[in-house]
Design a protein around this ligand. Structure first.
Ligand code: PHE
Ligand code: ZN
Length: 882
């Protein structure tokens, strides 16, 4: 029989806990294969709980080795224990203490949840439900306790012992080779924020003085020899701490802030109180091994985890349905931080591209769910683009609707009112309602409705009456479990572009909608807004700065789009206009190619690319973004159904070549003009120049001339930083240039001992278009440097194949799907979270042409028929097939 789907957990079934845990004392005796954990827990019955109500604690693969109640052994008849549950049948009416002894095996913990080892270092991961793999507990975010942790280990094996909070005491254990450390965290926290680390790690110390003059010791712990790779992360941390004080008035609250980098980690990083644990890819960087994108990611993730200290830790979630309360808000905060550290428009464009390429397809497919889901089978599957990225967009809209000051006042109230609590979206919104004196009940729909609203726009100018009418309507297309929807509150930032390209001044109040400054607030299913005193027809620039996570159906003419691409004062909409022009042509070309007809790229689009390239007013990074063609996945999404990835690929190639043919010399001039000026700096200006010169190289390479191939090779061999080296390597491999193999071998020889750099080597090969890639990927899986147990390696090779190589994953012979299905089944036995994440790469299978979608379905059925699939993968495969 196939494995059962786990029971559904529903938001409406939420009940407060029957018992509280006020204090936790843990004694952890670390041994690789048999760690002993003694947990002393102080319980109190909730006022509303009847006396004698059984106490039910969560466990997961636990072995109980001892149990005491108020210091006395409990008779076997008084409790029931299984690996995933401990029930105390008739607990005392008055507060009591349980002492629970469990034994766990970190070495066989391949799920990387609970206590595990990563290259010999002991570390933990408890979000969402990992603490129950360490001891029996009320493992839910609304049980907040004060933790004291004693960590004991061999001094030689684990000279470094780290816990949450502040260090209280250290010592040696008489007559043994062992030592211990005692940590105390004064801030009550849920179990998911618990962490410990023990190992032989190098310490990179620094310090920070808070705004109020408190000294904080900062440390980053890494494997020996990697100390020099932490400078950027440390710098990012200090800037984050300062920024959170300046922008949100939030200070740090412990004597020490520790970060540990580990190489085996399911996610990006984890915000454990005072002891953040990071995937090493978001800590380690130097110009030789990290790209500009890596630097930007490190800065963002360090900030994200640090910002959680207030949004997540001091104020946490009442239940896991409220995940976006901490994640959406914290993503919004880290996006704003990066915008302030770099270029605001560049950051906005990058964030929106990510939203459109990850969240939009999620919201349009079988895995669609509201920002605050109402039901889940496995919470690990809800760390999604919708909860994170769309969740951040919802917070951003709140700021747009309220304005900066009232938004800040609402957040201040939130910090003041809920500090130390586990709370809800309702409570969060109430703070803004109270601070700004407004009603957010309709706005709250953004948390409850899945799917991306489509906003349809029609305009009409009447020269006689000098009116400009904008008809707006909104609708969410049906998504699983949601046939109809209610109108949302949609802030539409706008401008009316006059003939000279400047924003027209709006002299008379517009009618038909609430307009606040440059924002039209769409609140009904349909609204018509009329502007008066508009003598000549303007071009409506709508959804500036992407002020709402919606799809715009606004049919601008070619001339209007070209005008916007050249003139819009909003950099986001300039970028968007270029993208729309390119997208329209790519969809058209793909359609022609599909029908076997010759496709000829539009001269107008090619001309727009030339103008962007020669526009001296554009910043380099913005220019590089505007010159980036929509990805194959983006084009497929736009086509929507009956997609042929080969036609999409061919269309994109065609347009790239046409642009290249027309502007080849100009691109060459950019490549050579921007090359090699001075020492490497990861800052935004320098990164922008590299991005533009590599974008130009990408087009120049498409001329296909021997000179181009020579130049790419030259750039590859001469590169003094990873950004340039990887850009050239990608061209050599993806365009199958003559020295492709030689380049891959050289790269390997250079970076063999650095797994993060080798991940890029795997990724470049996995995303190469062309028939031969499948066999390559299979061969790479048996490469000694590949490790199916390491999540970063799996993501670099298999995830990037499945999500970044549409023609090969969705091969017409089904072999791409088979490879991924087969791998999922293998990985699932070891690490369900990594497997279920890989499984989400099938989410758009129904949009493929009939032959391909049938093959995808049979691959999914193969996964589904597995008898002992994990709960994580079962959940995803069931929903994907439904
Ligand atoms: N809470 C982490 C973050 O977003 C992500 C995470 C979730 C990490 C679950 C591990 C496990 O910062
Ligand atoms: Zn987070």
């Amino acid at each position: 029989m196939r494995s059962e789907t786990a029971p559904a957990i529903r938001l409406e079934d939420y009940r407060p806990p029957a018992y509280r845990i006020d204090k936790v004392h843990l004694n952890v005796l670390l041994e690789p294969a048999a760690t002993k954990v003694t947990a002393t827990l102080s319980f109190a019955r909730a006022a509303s709980t009847e006396e004698g109500t059984p106490l039910v604690l969560d466990g997961d693969e636990l072995t109980l080795t001892g149990l005491k109640l108020n210091g006395e052994d409990l008779p076997q008849t008084a409790y029931a224990a299984t690996p995933d549950r401990l029930e105390i049948q008739n607990p005392p009416a008055a507060p009591f203490e349980l002492t629970i002894e469990t034994e766990i095996n970190p070495d066989t913990n391949t799920k990387l949840m609970g206590l595990f080892r990563s290259s010999r270092t002991f570390c933990t991961q408890c979000e969402a439900e990992g603490f129950r793999r360490i001891t029996y507990f009320l493992d839910r975010p609304d049980v907040l306790a004060v933790y004291t942790t004693r960590i004991e280990a061999s001094k030689a094996e684990c000279p470094v012992l780290l816990g949450n909070g502040n260090l209280v005491e250290t010592g040696t254990v008489d007559g043994t080779d062992r030592h211990y450390a005692l940590w105390h965290d004064p801030h009550p926290k849920p179990a998911y924020l618990f962490a410990l680390v023990a190992g032989d790690l190098a310490q990179v110390p620094d310090r920070f003085t808070t705004a109020s003059g408190k000294e904080v010791a900062l440390n980053i712990y890494v494997e020996h020899g990697k100390e020099t790779l932490c400078a950027w992360a440390m710098d990012s941390l200090k800037r984050s701490m300062r920024w959170d004080e300046e922008v949100f008035g939030r200070e740090y609250d412990l004597d020490v802030f520790n970060i540990v980098a580990v190489s085996d980690f399911n996610m990006g990083a984890m915000e454990n109180k005072g002891l953040n644990i990071f995937n090493d890819k978001y800590v380690l960087a130097d110009p030789e091994t990290a790209t500009d994108q890596d630097y930007a990611n490190i800065e963002a993730v360090i900030a994200h985890e640090y910002f959680h200290n207030w949004t997540g830790n001091r104020i946490t979630c009442r239940d896991w349905f409220q995940l976006c309360l901490k994640e959406g808000l914290t993503v919004f905060r880290d996006q704003e931080f990066s915008a302030d550290m770099r270029s605001r428009p560049v950051k906005r464009i990058a964030d929106v591209s990510l939203l459109k390429s990850h969240q939009f397809p999620e919201d349009a497919g079988p895995l669609a769910h509201p920002v605050r889901p109402r039901l889940y089978h496995e919470i690990n599957n809800f760390y999604t683009a919708t909860v994170y990225e769309k969740g951040a967009e919802v917070v951003r809209m709140l700021k747009t609707l309220l304005g900066g000051e009232e938004f800040r006042a609402g957040l201040d109230l939130y910090f003041q009112r809920h500090d130390g609590e586990a709370t809800t979206i309702e409570a969060f919104l109430a703070c803004f309602e109270d601070a700004a004196g407004i009603d957010l009940s309709q706005f709250a729909l953004w948390y409850d409705q899945a799917g991306t609203p489509v906003v349809t726009v029609k305009t009409h100018h009447d020269p006689e009456r000098q009116t400009f009418c904008v008809s707006l309507s909104q609708e969410i297309p049906p998504v699983p479990g949601q046939k109809s929807s209610k109108p949302a509150v949609i802030p539409l930032r706008f401008g009316l572009l006059g003939p000279n390209g400047e924003d027209m001044e709006i002299t008379a109040p517009a009618e038909g909608a609430r307009i606040a400054g440059d924002v039209i607030v769409l609140e009904k299913a349909q609204q018509e807004v009329t502007f008066r005193n508009i003598p000549s027809a303007p071009v409506l620039s709508l959804l500036r700065d992407f002020s709402a996570p919606v799809r715009l159906d606004h049919k601008l003419t070619l001339e209007e789009l070209q005008f916007q691409a050249a003139q819009d004062s909003d950099p986001f909409n300039r970028w968007q206009a270029v993208q729309t022009l390119a997208m329209q042509d790519l969809v058209r070309l793909a359609g022609l190619i599909r029908k076997g007809q010759p496709g000829v790229p539009s001269e107008d689009v090619i001309r727009v690319f030339g103008s962007v390239l020669s526009d001296m007013s554009l910043d380099a990074q913005l220019k590089a973004q505007a010159l980036t063609l929509p990805s194959e996945a983006d084009i497929a999404q736009e086509i929507g159904k009956n997609v042929d990835p080969d036609a999409v690929h061919a269309a994109r190639r065609l347009l790239r070549q046409a642009v290249s043919r027309q502007h080849g010399d100009a691109f060459l001039a950019v490549v050579t003009g921007l090359s090699g000026d001075g020492a490497y700096s990861p800052n935004a200006a320098a990164a922008g120049k590299r991005a533009l010169s590599n974008r130009a190289l990408y087009y120049y390479a498409a001329t296909g001339s021997p000179d181009a191939a020579e130049l790419v090779w030259e750039r590859f061999s001469a590169a003094d930083n990873m950004t340039d080296r990887l850009a050239a390597l990608t061209l050599l491999v993806h365009d199958h240039m003559p020295r492709e193999t030689e380049a891959l071998d050289r790269y390997k020889a250079r970076h063999e001992t650095n797994s993060l750099a080798m991940d890029k080597w795997f990724m470049v090969q996995a995303t190469a278009p062309g028939e031969e890639t499948l066999a390559k990927v299979r061969a790479l899986m048996s490469q000694p440097l590949y490790d199916a147990g390491n999540p970063n390696r799996v993501r670099a090779l298999l995830q990037s194949f499945a999500t970044g190589n549409p023609t090969q994953f969705a091969r017409a012979d089904g072999a791409g799907f088979e490879l991924i299905a087969e791998s999922i089944l293998e990985i699932d036995k070891r690490n369900p979270q990594v497997a279920s994440r890989l499984l989400t790469s099938f989410r758009s299978w129904r949009a493929l042409d009939p032959q391909r979608s049938a093959l995808a379905e049979s691959a999914l059925l193969r996964v589904s028929s597995c008898e002992d699939l994990s709960r994580d993968s079962r959940d995803i495969v069931d929903r994907t097939l439904q």
